[in-house]
Ligand binder design. Sequence first.
Ligand SMILES: Cc1cc2nc3c(=O)[nH]c(=O)nc-3n(C[C@H](O)[C@H](O)[C@H](O)COP(=O)(O)OP(=O)(O)OC[C@H]3O[C@@H](n4cnc5c(N)ncnc54)[C@H](O)[C@@H]3O)c2cc1C
Length: 431
Amino acid sequence: MAWDFATEPEFQEHLDWMRALVRDEVWPIETVFDDLGYDGFKRAIAPLQERVKERGLWAAHLPPDLGGQGYGQVKLGLMHEILGTSPLAPAVFGNAAPDSGNSEILALAGSGDQKDRYLHPLLAGDLRSAFSMTEPDTAGSDPTLLQTRAVKDGDHWVINGHKWFSTNGSIADFLIVMAVTDADARPHQRASMFIVDADTPGVRIIRDVATMEHPGESFGHYGNHAEIRYENVRVPADALLGGEGEGFLIAQHRLGPGRIHHAMRWLGVSRRAFDALCERAVSRHAFGSVLADKQSIQNFVADSAAEMHAARLMTLHAAWKMDNEGASAARTEISMIKFYGARVLHDVIDRAIQVHGALGYSTDLPLEAMYRYARAARLYDGADEVHRQSVARRVLRGYEPTDVPSEHVPTRREAARERFADLLEAVTSND
Ligand SMILES: Cc1cc2nc3c(=O)[nH]c(=O)nc-3n(C[C@H](O)[C@H](O)[C@H](O)COP(=O)(O)OP(=O)(O)OC[C@H]3O[C@@H](n4cnc5c(N)ncnc54)[C@H](O)[C@@H]3O)c2cc1C
């Protein structure tokens, strides 16, 4: 079957427009982001968001009835490659994580009332959300181990549990919480999702966890990751999102496209680091020539270009497969781009830092921040090892155990001698 990632000329015009807007209007905000604070940032991007809306590109991941474009994954992937060049760009286009993924969940599984109360205000930027699944005391890689419980009490649910790394949890108006509702059900039917208003009694935001990306202690900042205790949190029956026991099913719908968007954003970051690498290589002199003339630096350039190209084609292919055959058919391809893309991102930035020497390590360039961002990519959306395992398992399903390797030359030679006995006889007797 032919693979076709081509896009129509009108969409290419959108891509060109986005590239110019992000580079000319969003990149300059990066260097004053901390001084602006979140409110200042919102004011800075408000006119840009209007331009995006006028162009019809706001929240493009959503279906048209919710104001999106209903673009397939190939188009969304190409958009995200551009938006990925700046950590601030997704907010300008109405698809910043985790709100974008949460809006997809609400669009997919939300009731009419939930869409009115949460989805529409979320899309309008009037509410902020968090996704609260990972726990400090159980392996996030194996969500069948979740300990957070939701127990029915009359026409309410009572939630108890301990979560962390709920991105934006400390500034969210509501949280989508994953909790076990039937511990005896089959492993992937045990958990359900709930919409919990952040001001519900018993929701205790303990702290924002300082990380490699944001090492300083801070609280209530955009992009922070909250540690939260849910202590006897009572929510009404209609806080249940989707059906009872459908938590994993809904999460899977959210994660498939999300991984493609991440992988394309990583390519946007890689490209920016790569451009910096090449610019420095042709500018810096050492030992009688520019760095670009040294073979090891040329290897950096060639390896990075080849790896980014491979990651891009793999990601677009995964997106194409998802568009044409559905998320389930593309599971192997999606897992491959998760760990391969995260590795390419890391390695390209690492080489860019190396070529810049001490300058690359300094905060005078964005490379060190990119590097810290890249390290997290190997963990979130499923640790790389888990995706490798899942790819290997599916690949290995196509193989049977044998006593003698199929390629064993003496065995094959014996079989071939039997098969070609007459011919061998004729050839030998001619001698
Ligand atoms: C920046 C960032 C943002 C995040 N945002 C959110 C969020 O908004 N909401 C949320 O709920 N969570 C979030 N997370 C959490 C993330 O989903 C988890 O970190 C991830 O699922 C891994 O779970 P864990 O940290 O518990 O690691 P563990 O499950 O304890 O795994 C640790 C390590 O064990 C190894 N391992 C695990 N399983 C296997 C295996 N099968 N084979 C081989 N090795 C294995 C891997 O090396 C893995 O890295 C975020 C994490 C980060 C870093």
